[in-house]
Design a binder for this molecule. Sequence first.
Ligand code: KIV
Ligand code: ZN
Length: 512
Amino acid sequence: MKERLIIFDTTLRDGEQSPGASMNKAEKMRLAMQLEGLGVDVLEAGFPAASEGDFEAVSEIAAKIERSEVAALSRAVKYDIERAWEAVRHAAKPRIHTFIATSDIHMRYKLKMTKEEVMNAAVEAVRYAKSFTDNVEFSAEDGSRSDRDFLCRIFEAAIEAGATTVNLPDTVGYAIPQEFGDLVKYVMTHTLNAHKAIFSVHCHNDLGLATANTIAAICAGARQAEVTINGIGERAGNTSLEEVVMAVYTRPNFLPVTTGIKTDHIYPVSRQVSMITGIMVQPNKAIVGANAFAHEAGIHQHGVMNNPMTYEIMKPEIIGLSANKLVLGKHSGRHALRAHLKDLGYELSEEELNLVFTKFKELADKKKHVMDEDLEVIVTEGVLRTSDIFALKYLHVTSGTTVLPMASVELTINGRPVRDAGYGNGPIDATFNTISKLTGACADLLRFSISALTGGTDAQGEVTVRLRENGLIALGRGADPDIITASAKAYINGLNRLEYLKAHPTQSAQSL
Ligand code: KIV
Ligand code: ZN
């Protein structure tokens, strides 16, 4: 029988450290439930000591999730460990994940601690965490650039102090697969009590090698992989869950492990992560990119028509990508909508379904075929974004070759209606200027991009914006059949996210 590879998902913690990817509490909860449905073994819900918002989100997730372990991150200090425990103590299966850096460069310049001080802090932290729960993970931050024998010593001491999982991160994405596999093998062989703990790896993607390094580590004996959906995370991101899981699934003869992931949930969860975070998946991304199963060259198309396995190593339906994406039209009823949303991974309450149904009918009046992507937009904009300060009520724009572009906008700010009009270089500039005037926002627009959500000239336009205000960065997304309205929605979504960041300052970015 094959050994189990533990899938430790950190989308809600390391993934949230992607620039601009902050999620509010309701969004995190929704995603946590999707991740549990996907079958992740461990769900790292956040870093409770970083902020009150993180603490509350982790506590709420811990109280709700039953099947996955819920982990909370903490530095190797008492206060963090207490906050972590306080947040996960009501979980069905709680875990405290404590870490300290072990590389010379981090110890000297960041921690300003000697090796022995780091060793003592690690042991004390694990012991303290162990006084709360049996399920303790210890991570040696920047492990791949640490002295190998020091790593063995600190892992041995952490296991002796009660750690049940020890994690070797490639924090800065520096490792090369063969080197990283050798390191894992070395550490597992030279840590005397290695057999008493699960060895884990956590890779970043700065050289585009996170998945390759994780696979090399699994071949060397690691039995926990720390991953995120779509590979989102700090800088170039983390190892992507879908890549590791599908490598294990597709190459069973080569990889000596199995996972408990329900692979047909992968695509719906991937879509939800991009809808919620505003981080779009690049089209050529492995497994979940829009082109991952598209065959452009005639010779490929011919082969795939005769036998899909000529050019497809995985069937699209294995990851939950239905071949028939055409879904509903204006005559479709509530039951069909509910059933289809369930297939997409959304279990809605009666009240939420009513809201989505109304919006669906409105869209079906404008657009003949309502596709999966359209439904996701309706659910995200109508149900998931719960605590918005600014909301768009009305937009009227005039523009053309002979008029000065002008926008009249009505918003609500915390439910109170406000309206104004303004000019700009073009219709989008006029709209953004007027929204800024109404909200008092002084955010810089760093990026603006627009694409079609589906095929066809009646497709909804999907806009993403990246905004910066006083060093805070937020992404916003919006979709609508009218691209100026889509732009306004994206801009307002970005402003709402900036407001959320202002209200929930977090230390996580500085402290990790
Ligand atoms: O990248 C890293 O080292 C981390 C640790 C906290 C596990 O995220
Ligand atoms: Zn990390």
